[in-house]
Design a protein around this ligand. Structure first.
Ligand SMILES: [Zn+2]
Length: 160
């Protein structure tokens, strides 16, 4: 009579709890790692040679290139990395489309750490875009999936 029986529902529930536990663990890990990264926000890395300079330095101590000072912009935390959203949409919506979102989200923090604020903002925008693409694709897939189940149930009723 029902498309999904009790054992299947139990398995789905256990799977859902396991996925939720993994997601909570990942989100907590990300929070801890971003807090650790913010402990040393003053260090500026040269975009030319990669040398670490003091945050108040205007030019690289090694090659003399003008440094992008973090004080020019607002706080580094104003660039959202969308990493949590990217991971959530990857797990719950669409794995192939969520992977670019995670890649771009990961680039946000690494580019901020390298002093490349413009690159971080660009990666942030791409991460947000791929989160939405993954989310829309995932929601579309779920709607089609349930539509097929409902059509199958309605079709099945005709035989009883
Ligand atoms: Zn340099």
């Amino acid at each position: 009579m029902f498309g999904i029986g009790i054992p299947e529902l139990t398995i789905l529930f256990i799977l859902f709890v396991m996925i939720a536990a993994v997601v909570i663990g990942v989100v907590l890990l990300i929070r801890r790692s971003t807090q650790g990264a913010n402990k040393n926000p003053r260090a500026v890395f040269c975009m030319q040679c990669g040398t670490q300079n003091a945050g108040n330095a205007t030019h690289c101590a090694r090659c003399g290139t003008a440094l992008q000072s973090p004080q020019l912009g607002s706080s580094d935390s104003s660039v959202p990395n969308y990493l949590a959203q990217a991971i959530l949409t990857t797990i719950f919506c669409c794995v192939p489309l969520g992977i670019p979102a995670i890649v771009f989200a990961a680039q946000v923090n690494s580019k901020l750490a390298a002093g490349d604020r413009a690159g971080a903002v660009e990666a942030s925008k791409k991460a947000k875009l791929w989160c939405w693409i993954s989310f829309v694709a995932g929601v579309g897939f779920v709607i089609i999936y349930f539509a097929i189940i409902i059509i199958g149930m309605l079709g099945g009723k005709q035989y009883y």
